[in-house]
Design a binder for this molecule. Sequence first.
Ligand code: AMP
Ligand code: MG
Length: 356
Amino acid sequence: MRAELIRIEDPLKEKEKMELASRIIRCGGTVIFPTETVYGLGANGLDPEAAYNIYQAKGRPSDNPLILHIADMEMLGLVARNLGEKALKLAEVFWPGPLTMVFDKQDIVPAETTGGLSTVAVRMPGNEVARELIRLSDTPIAAPSANISGRPSITMWEDAVEEMGERVDAILLSEPSEVGLESTIVDMTEDIPVILRPGKIGLSELEAVVGPVRVDKAVLGQGDAPKAPGMKYTHYSPNASVYVIKGEGMVERILEEYQKYREEDPVIFAMEKHRQHYEGLKLYSLGATSLEAAKVLFSYLRKADREGHGIVLMENVGEDEVGLAVMNRAEKAAGGKLIYANSKGKMHKRNGVNRI
Ligand code: AMP
Ligand code: MG
């Protein structure tokens, strides 16, 4: 194991351990740390070589920019320009929290961090371990999700150790991620803010604070090249084949597909209220709400692999805003294998997704 494993219970009390982690960041190393969205793979976001180490560790394409994590508003001014009133309002309401905003970048931010873009994505995480690490490191921390590029995001330290133990300098062992989905990304460089990636904070919550907000067409699966470069890559893929099943007759269709794929040892990801329909079949419960489903989705994709399931049959978890964010991830994991229950064959969605 190359990574130093550092268990953190209380970041404000365990000063020595937090100091050790921040020293690694200051020296250009890589540290996996918890955030409330998913675990992040962090390095000094103002140091091009450190940022390069992140791409190396993840096997991430270098045109896919990193999010800069900050601990306070002073750091925002250091990395971003032309903030505007709407952004400040959103920051006041949603930071620290699972919202990322895209701004024009300051010169201090290297092209390596932004994948060559003139804009920079910034977030102030709600997780205390994350904020304390940034504060002690005394620099914005660039951190994409801590998984190997293309794999499901990581929401528990156990998965970080298993997947990344040989690839990073340290891993902070802390609580499972509270939200379980990556942040909502909003582009603030246009007059009307644009959602580039859906997350826990939805359209209506944003609009309640700043008025009209648009949703990028790529998020809606409508053609355009995505403005968040990372959204164009195949994502969240476990080894198992994932099928997402929607629409009237969903349960019956899942039962049918389960029998069809029986030899590949399928597992059903189902809402708790449907458990009774699947008696005797392999099932992971997504809980009672879309928020509960968000929290477990990524760890379930990994668990399905660990337990040797060849097929995942995933229910639609709902059409509310969090539900849509969960299904955005599930459909990417499915790589377009979307089944509308009341139609016959499978829908293969064309949304410009590349496999990498
Ligand atoms: P990850 O941290 O792995 O969830 O990935 C970060 C996401 O933020 C990717 O989808 C990136 O494409 C997106 N992102 C980062 N910086 C920018 C930017 N300047 N403009 C648009 N999207 C960005
Ligand atoms: Mg990611």
